[in-house]
Design a protein around this ligand. Structure first.
Ligand code: DX5
Ligand code: ZN
Length: 223
């Protein structure tokens, strides 16, 4: 399977959100990545369910909702109702992670778990069977436009190896500082879905950038 691209709407111009979402609709992007921040788990506050619901009205791509919030169980139902197709929670924000994953699945949507840069990938070992998505953060969550942390590549490799050895269906998503300059290493490490905020929305021609990012072929590079 070729890789998927999930443009992160956090990097869009919120004064013309509908335009940016229709660009994503027209593009070859596979998902719209939606970053929800509570100002407690991460320093910033972004937006909540009502805005996600508005986005859903105009977005033709599945919503990949990344919850950077503490105690996410309280809000999962409302994000499903807002239109999320994938809900990803943070390992660091869940006391009973296995229960949270079951809760997400009980609403018939896909479940992901994200790990921060300081969190070892092995914490996912005992839930990997239950996951649709393992999200490796390659920046500290909270802001777009940060520099990719290269240590993340080892974690992608580790999770990819677990998935291979145990023949699991879980996909690997990578989020933070990903762009055309480093996406080949990220794919080579074993990532399936690349989140790209600044790399897409701050580029000269976002539509073309997505097209080029989709066209990168693992077999055409050697490094
Ligand atoms: C960071 C968010 C990311 C962010 C990525 O906390 O989870 O999804 O939007 O933005 P870039 O691609 O600019 O690092
Ligand atoms: Zn994100």
């Amino acid at each position: 399977m070729s890789h998927a691209i999930a443009p992160s709407i956090l990097a869009a111009d919120f004064t013309k959100l509908a335009n940016d979402i229709s660009m994503v609709n027209m593009s070859e992007a596979d998902y719209l990545h939606v970053d929800v921040m509570d100002g407690v788990f991460v320093p910033a506050i972004s937006f909540g369910q009502d805005i996600v619901k508005q986005m859903k009205k105009v977005c033709e791509k599945p919503l990949d909702v990344h919850l950077m919030i503490i105690d996410p169980d309280r809000y999962i139902k409302s994000f499903v109702e807002a239109g999320a197709e994938i809900i990803t929670v943070h390992y660091e924000a869940c006391t009973h992670l296995h229960r949270t994953i079951q809760l997400i699945h009980s609403y018939g949507v896909k479940a992901g778990v994200a790990i921060n840069p300081h969190t070892p990938a092995s914490v996912l070992d005992d839930v990997l069977e239950d996951l649709d998505l393992a999200l490796v953060m390659s920046v500290n969550p909270g802001f777009g436009g940060q520099k990719f942390i290269y240590r993340a590549l080892h974690k992608i490799e580790y999770i990819a190896e677990q998935i291979r050895q145990r023949n699991l269906a879980c996909k690997i998503e990578v989020d933070g500082g990903v762009g055309e300059q480093n996406m080949q290493s990220v794919l080579k490490a074993g990532a399936d879905i690349l989140v790209a905020g600044s790399a897409v929305f701050r580029s000269e021609n976002p539509l073309e950038t997505i097209k080029r990012m989709k066209a990168v072929d693992l077999h055409t590079f050697t490094a």
